[in-house]
Ligand binder design. Structure first.
Ligand code: NDP
Ligand code: DXP
Ligand code: MN
Length: 376
């Protein structure tokens, strides 16, 4: 049995990974040993009961009363050093990184030390970590399996290919794709969170509406697939998960059901496909061009592509802005406007990204620049 550890076990990806692991053929192949959460201990307790976890790390314990050392047979800890000691001892073959946000970088770095295979859903750690993280993974000869649906699709499309190829990443257009541009300013949080295809965590759902998610995915693909030429196109029903094309004019499209359990399962069982599901009927495939007036933050991502300092800033500032939007401190359209203004400020600052410390420093500086902007 292969041991698996899930960072962000209570989230949308974490929960869908549990559903995959609960299938009979997966139960025979994988042993889930533990996971991490931010603060949702109520949900974690249910997971402990159902999956007999032996270990849970809580980042931010908020419950009334003191932290229990054990729940059922599960050890509960809040000390990250202890988590690393546990992983060093257990050496899970697979770590799945489903934490949301920049916090996932720490988990990716931890997993590089102790696991042979990294299944990475947390795009932020690839966007911010860039070549530094990719190099660490290569040096340790670890398998990196993308979980993000578009990147899993590209990974699959590239299997067996020997010629260089370029990429087209598909986008659904998000929850506001049919909302008139002049109404975007006053959209409600509920409307933004109502994604037409995917049921995901809050940040990525807001990011999908601004297409910051697509911007992050362009940067993610840039690092994962050796810096190819990248384009984005809208496929509203998300049946095409991405496209690669070659110099001879050939294109390969990845077609399938929009269901994250499929790329999650593939990342666990690669090169096998052990997940069983029905084929969806073949339908007309429709594409739309991206309107950059509607999605200025995607244009911004293309403008900064290749500049790691600004990749880090793009993610960190957006993470803060989404939080401000969800707390009703700013309007939806402020996200893209303020993001652009702060990126221009950070562009002026002389920071070189040579190591992990520089990444953390740039994250901090970016969040401070935003704070100054908001307070002025
Ligand atoms: N959902 C999806 O379909 C897809 C998601 N992704 C990517 O996967 C990642 C997870 O997304 P999703 O599952 O939607 O997110 P969710 O918000 O649903 O879940 C996030 C998970 O991370 C934990 N977490 C959040 N903040 C911290 C922190 N500071 N420290 C430790 N743990 C933390 C949460 O714990 P708690 O529950 O306690 O808050 C939760 O377990 C993101 O990077 C996203 O971009 C990529 C493709 C598709
Ligand atoms: C499911 C997945 O991979 C998400 O990242 C998805 O891409 C979000 O949908 P958008 O295409 O609307 O950003
Ligand atoms: Mn995606």
């Amino acid at each position: 049995m292969k041991k698996i550890f899930i960072f962000g076990i209570t989230g949308s990806i974490g929960t869908q990974t549990l559903e995959v692991l609960n299938r009979e053929n997966f139960k025979r192949e994988f042993k889930l040993i533990g996971g991490t959460i931010n603060s949702n201990f109520k949900k974690a307790k249910k997971i402990i009961e159902k999956y007999n976890l032996e270990f849970l790390y809580i980042n931010d314990y908020k419950e009334k009363g003191s932290l229990p050392q054990k729940y059922r047979n599960c050890n509960i800890i809040t000390n990250y050093q202890k988590l690393e000691e546990y992983l060093e001892f257990e050496k899970p073959e697979i770590s799945l990184i489903a934490t949301s946000g920049f916090a996932g970088l720490k988990n990716t770095l931890t997993s590089i030390k102790f696991s042979k295979r990294l299944c990475i859903a947390n795009k932020e750690s690839l966007v911010s970590g860039g070549d530094i993280v990719i190099k660490k993974i290569k040096e340790k000869n670890i398998e990196l399996l993308p979980v993000d649906s578009e990147h899993s699709a590209i990974f699959q499309l590239l299997e067996g290919e020997k010629s260089p190829s370029n990429l087209i990443i598909t986008a659904s257009g998000g929850s506001l794709r049919n909302t008139p541009i002049e109404e975007l300013k006053n959209v409600t949080i509920e409307k933004v969170l109502n994604h037409p295809v995917w049921n995901m965590g809050k940040r990525i759902t807001v990011d999908s509406a601004t297409m910051v998610n697509k911007g992050l995915e362009v940067i993610e693909a840039y690092y994962l697939f050796d810096k190819p030429k990248i384009d984005v196109i809208i496929n509203e029903n998300s049946h095409i998960h991405s496209i690669i094309y070659f110099e001879d004019g050939t294109m390969k499209l990845h077609y399938g059901k929009p269901d994250m359990k499929i790329p999650i399962a593939y990342s666990l069982t690669y090169p096998k496909r052990s997940y069983k599901d029905e084929m969806i009927p073949l339908k007309n495939i429709e594409f739309k061009k991206v309107d950059y007036q509607r999605y200025p933050s995607l244009k911004l991502a293309f403008e900064i592509l290749g500049n790691q300092k600004l990749h880090i800033a793009y993610n960190s500032i957006d993470e803060e802005l989404v939080e401000l939007f969800l707390n009703k401190k700013i309007k939806f359209t402020d996200i893209s406007n303020i993001l652009k203004k702060c990126i221009l400020e950070i562009d002026k600052i002389n920071i070189k990204i040579n190591d992990i410390e520089d990444i953390y420093e740039t994250d901090k500086i970016s969040r401070n620049i935003l704070k100054q902007y908001i307070n002025n």
